[in-house]
Write a protein that binds this ligand. Structure first.
Ligand SMILES: NC(=O)C1=CN([C@@H]2O[C@H](COP(=O)(O)OP(=O)(O)OC[C@H]3O[C@@H](n4cnc5c(N)ncnc54)[C@H](O)[C@@H]3O)[C@@H](O)[C@H]2O)C=CC1
Ligand SMILES: O=C(O)/C=C/C=C(\O)C(=O)O
Length: 486
């Protein structure tokens, strides 16, 4: 049995309390690791180590030296690709075919891309007139913000954690990471890569545990943390924001979504079906950018629903390492109960179940796993729970519309504003839709095409701030203006 310890000041350490919890595989519910649970003492030790490293060798490196080490981290992930792949798929149950192309390569890319960015970023400068005629020169310096608290979720554990840690380190900060209690393995493994890459002790720290009254809350409440970055549920974001208010610490939040896809009759039908299948069912629907509401122009509606059903029924659940597997389980029994609760509620509220709506019956050890069928509904009212609330499972509701105005009204009728997809062959309409949809990210005739230089984040209750490209640098640095009288 693996034993997962905290990673503090460059070394793996257990909890002084001896408290541990079980990490289970969602594939078959077997225990895969015993994980140490941090108390306030371990969190404090991690924050102190991070603070000391800021003033230590890390803080004295030149940008070029930092960049070189971050490249070594990326190379270190790639060199141990298969170990990361195995650990990520063991924790999440996701198919190797998915993690091999998305999670692990992005884990490495998140270090390289932001290393390149800090190498090339400029800051502004202004000359100004002064009464004596000599003038003055203003220029801005970017300085690390300090110790960054990173709270990461379970759906894309390595990808989303490194999406924060990569730019934070590139900007010269140090971090204390609290990975999700459901998926601690790859965050723990990254400590070994950090050491091998020559990242000084204390720059990357990891503490394990839960959220409220555990490691997550202890970290966000810790006065030694200068800023907090979080991806997860909107309600958790609210709790973290309250903690961050003490000491007036900065936050960057990427929160829930109830993302629409709008499909016009003039779309490329096959592309729209392929894209919508991916956006609704990839990672078993556990992607914050995923589509849970599909609006289809009426003339296309019946054909679209039939093709989507056929695609959903082609998905094959199975072991992550089986090349035939195209659908993993949900992350936990608790999450499965939540998703199945929505499946039951949809029926109570009058949905037509086009396909799915129930658990998969699996054989052998997999019978104990967190499997649910990909599910498509039609016929729900616009205020039904499954149309309003984030489910985070492999499911979507499909509804017809009759005009562009109606499609915009329906798509925007949500407290969330993370992502949207529009499928149309009409370029003018594509741009109109992009401008009027309330979302941080609008994909036209695509989904999950990610350029890491672009702003990423949500409007309304889907988040605060933007990360990606220079926007990450904005969050992870303080700009200092220097005014020189000439
Ligand atoms: N990427 C996303 O947008 C995600 C959304 N979700 C949504 O959230 C729902 C609940 O899943 P959870 O795992 O409970 O998500 P969560 O938002 O509660 O957990 C995410 C992270 O926050 C930590 N956390 C929880 N409460 C905290 C607190 N008070 N202070 C500090 N840290 C805290 C957790 O330990 C975990 O590391 C899911 O059903 C799904 O709808 C979950 C994970 C990712
Ligand atoms: O950065 C990405 O490409 C993916 C982001 C996905 C999420 O933030 C999520 O599912 O929570």
């Amino acid at each position: 049995m693996r034993e997962i310890k905290h990673f503090i000041n460059g070394a793996y350490v257990g909890s002084a309390s001896g408290r541990t919890f079980a990490d289970r595989s969602p594939t078959d519910n077997r225990q895969i690791a015993v994980v140490h649970e941090a108390g306030r003492d371990e969190v404090d030790a991690a924050v102190r180590a991070a603070r000391a490293a800021l003033a230590g060798p890390w803080g004295r490196l030149t940008v070029a030296e930092r960049v070189e080490r971050l490249y070594a981290v990326a190379d270190g992930i790639n060199a141990r690709f298969d170990e990361f792949l195995e650990a990520e798929c063991l924790d999440t149950g996701k198919p190797y075919s998915l993690a091999r192309h998305v999670d692990i390569p992005r884990g490495a890319a998140n270090f390289k891309v932001f290393a390149d960015m800090v190498k090339n970023v400029a800051t502004e400068s202004f000359t100004m007139a002064t009464p004596d005629g000599a003038g003055a020169l203003n220029y801005a310096l970017r300085r690390p913000k300090g110790v960054i608290g990173v709270i990461s979720p379970w759906n894309l554990p390595l990808l989303l954690m490194t999406w924060k840690v990569g730019p934070a380190l590139a900007c010269g900060n140090t971090v204390v990471v609290k990975p999700s209690e459901e998926t601690p393995l790859t965050t723990a493994l990254l400590g070994e890569v950090m050491n091998a890459a020559g990242i000084p002790a204390g720059v990357y720290n990891v503490i394990h545990g839960f959220g409220p009254e555990s490691a997550g809350a202890f970290l966000t409440e810790h006065p030694g943390v200068d800023a907090i970055t979080f991806t997860g549920e909107t309600r958790t974001g609210t709790a973290i924001m309250k903690a961050a208010a003490v000491g007036v610490r900065d936050v960057s939040f990427e929160l829930g979504g109830k993302n629409p896809a709008v499909v016009f009759a003039d779309c490329d039908f096959d592309a729209a079906i392929e894209g919508t299948l991916r956006s609704a069912f990839s990672n078993c629907g556990q992607v914050c950018l995923g589509t849970e509401r599909v609006y289809v122009e009426r003339p296309l509606f019946e054909r679209f629903v039939a093709a989507l059903k056929e695609g959903a029924e082609r998905l094959r659940p199975g072991r992550p390492d089986d090349p035939q597997t195209t659908l993993g389980p949900l992350v936990s029994q608790e999450h499965r109960a939540k998703v199945l609760g929505y499946y039951a509620k949809a029926v109570e509220q009058g949905a037509t179940v086009v396909t799915g709506g129930e658990p998969f019956v699996m054989e052998g050890p997999l019978a104990e796993g967190c499997w649910v069928k990909p599910t498509i509904w039609t016929g729900l009212a616009d205020d039904a729970a499954c149309v309003r609330e984030e489910i985070f499972g492999p499911c979507c509701h499909v509804r017809p519309f009759d005009s562009e105005e109606e499609a915009v009204r329906l798509a925007n009728d949500t407290p969330y504003g993370l992502a949207a997809a529009v499928w149309t062959g009409n370029l003018g309409r594509a741009h109109r839709m992009a401008a009027t949809l309330d979302a941080g990210i609008v994909w036209i005739n695509s989904w999950f095409l990610r350029d890491l230089r672009t702003p990423f984040g949500g409007s309304k209750q889907s988040g605060i701030g933007r990360e990606g490209g220079v926007h990450s640098l904005e969050f992870y640095t303080e700009l200092k203006n220097v005014c020189v009288k000439l």
